[in-house]
Design a protein around this ligand. Structure first.
Ligand code: AMP
Ligand code: MG
Length: 488
């Protein structure tokens, strides 16, 4: 036995899920297994890549100890309430305890129909599987809380969207898959007992420290608010646009989930939207903090019955917690920007300094990632530049650069130290959308080379290696990807 399951969610009452084995596929073949992650989970990487392992991660064999389920949830999608969603194309095989002691969900995405599939086929084309693999692993390497990709396989079956495409299954690993929408499902049915069971599960699993607090539900709500603020601030720091920040795509654990129409910005443009289904720009880059706040308000609403016996008091408590979000976010956001600018202390002028830099980036249509990487180099003039062939500041930046240098010199750390810190904060590589699109296109033609190269190289995004230029460079005008399709 290779996977030592220890399932907790499958032990919850029946109304939380439906038992549902994955639907076998015709001809499973491994694309990639994540050896490092496997080791952290205590899974033998050799087994994972073996014929037996591939049978498990394609859904063709349910291993001993697994208790496959599809979970139910609801959610606000693009602001509209949907009372019944659920795992429509994903099956939770079970939970394992990693060698790090953590509890992890092992879920197969694209594993066939479930009672929550509605009109869908429960499958996934290869493209979205590869995108999620690349982006979720890149996010992890950038130090951003996220679900992980343990493996990807092709199914040997076609799925039909606008065209016929080869299918894939992704093995997703998460600290848990409980979403704001999961709580909303029970709240909407006035199932207070269900709500309580679920929040107790979340507290035990992710926030054990709040159990002792006088009002654990309020304290866990505050902790979740803090985690979301910190998460979205981290997204903003790398130019990540999630694309579908629906309440069913927000995990209570604080990990990023659902890599549908997501992408990283190249040129810094706060109004940027990638998703082809987001016609009003609800989930634009600059709206992400506000939407996180909105989603948390939905969570607060769902928690009302548990916050206090008096509805009025409960509402006041929820409101009080929610009102702290903007400040919480701004603190995280400013701390992130300071660190990107190489500042180790806080000063009142920092906010204007950062904002002016960002305005200059927009005005001059600069690449977000390379601009920050370039100032990291400018922090120590004795260092050679590897970015300058790819990016140089236009002239209009000179006064700002002088201001920034003066602010840096007011601090005590050496320029070499500042340079080193900035290089650990400002990546030279992000998963560029045009390269992901190219990797997907190549894969549809049977060539997984670029997919593998992207994964390999993006696992250390702060380092520099010779031959990085093609991966570090922003897209040329004919390579720019304007829209990313949800690809479900
Ligand atoms: P998403 O937009 O990816 O968050 O998905 C929203 C809902 O649609 C979830 O309940 C999914 O399980 C469901 N869904 C998406 N794609 C499919 C599919 N191909 N088959 C069945 N259900 C799907
Ligand atoms: Mg989703």
């Amino acid at each position: 036995m290779q996977l030592h399951f220890d399932n907790s969610f499958a032990g919850m009452p029946d109304r939380f899920f439906t038992r549902q084995p994955p639907t076998p596929v015709k001809k499973p073949a491994l694309i990639k297994a994540n050896n490092q992650l496997a080791q952290r989970l205590g899974i033998d990487p050799v087994w994972l890549e073996s014929g037996e392992g591939v049978m498990v991660i394609s859904g063709n064999h349910v291993p001993e100890g697994a208790d496959p389920i599809a979970t139910v949830y609801a959610g606000h999608q693009f602001g509209n309430w949907n009372p019944q969603l659920g795992d429509g194309r994903a099956v939770l095989l079970g939970e394992i305890i990693g060698s790090d002691g953590g509890r992890y969900d092992i879920q197969l995405k694209g594993a066939g129909q479930t009672p929550y599939s509605r009109m869908g086929d429960g499958r996934s084309p290869l493209g979205p599987v590869l995108r999620e693999y690349i982006v979720s692993e890149a996010m992890a390497a950038l130090g951003i809380p996220t679900t992980r990709a343990l493996a990807a396989v092709t199914t040997g079956e076609d799925v039909y969207r606008e065209e016929s495409l080869p299918g894939g299954v992704l093995t997703r690993v998460a600290k848990s898959h409980v979403r704001i929408g999961t709580l909303q499902f029970f709240a909407a049915q006035n199932d207070i007992e269900g709500l309580r069971i679920l929040i107790e599960h979340i507290i035990a699993r992710h926030y054990p420290e709040v159990a002792e607090s006088p009002n654990p539900v309020l304290t866990v709500f505050e902790s979740i608010i803090q985690k979301q603020a910190s998460l979205v601030a981290k997204w903003q720091m790398v130019g990540f646009i999630h694309g579908v920040m629906n309440t069913d795509n927000v995990l209570l654990s604080g990990e990023t989930i659902d890599y549908g129409p997501c992408a990283f910005m190249d040129t810094y443009d706060p109004a940027m939207v990638f998703s082809s289904i987001d016609q009003n720009g609800r989930y634009a880059y600059r709206n992400q903090p506000g939407i996180a706040h909105w989603n948390l308000a939905c969570l607060g609403q769902a928690l009302i019955p548990l916050l206090n016996d008096s509805r009025d008091i409960a509402t006041e408590l929820a409101k009080g917690a929610l009102d702290k979000f903007p400040e919480c976010f701004l603190d995280e956001y400013m701390a992130g920007l300071r660190s990107k600018l190489g500042l180790t202390t806080a000063s009142t002028e920092d906010e204007a300094l950062a904002k002016d830099f960002l305005s200059l980036l927009t005005k001059n249509q600069c690449d977000f990632t390379l601009a920050f990487r370039r100032i990291s180099e400018l922090a120590d003039e004795n260092m050679e530049s590897s970015v300058s062939p790819l990016f140089e500041f236009p002239e209009g930046f000179a006064p700002w650069l002088d201001r920034w240098r003066a602010r840096c010199f007011a601090e005590e750390i050496s320029s070499a130290e500042r340079h080193a810190r900035m290089h650990r904060t400002n990546p030279s590589l992000i998963p560029r959308n045009h390269l992901i699109e190219q990797a997907i296109k190549d894969a549809y033609n049977g060539d997984f080379g670029l997919f593998h190269r992207l994964n390999d190289r993006l696992s250390s995004p702060f380092d520099e290696m010779s031959g990085d230029e093609a991966m570090a460079r922003p897209p040329s005008s004919d390579q720019i990807v304007h829209q990313t399709f949800c690809g479900t």
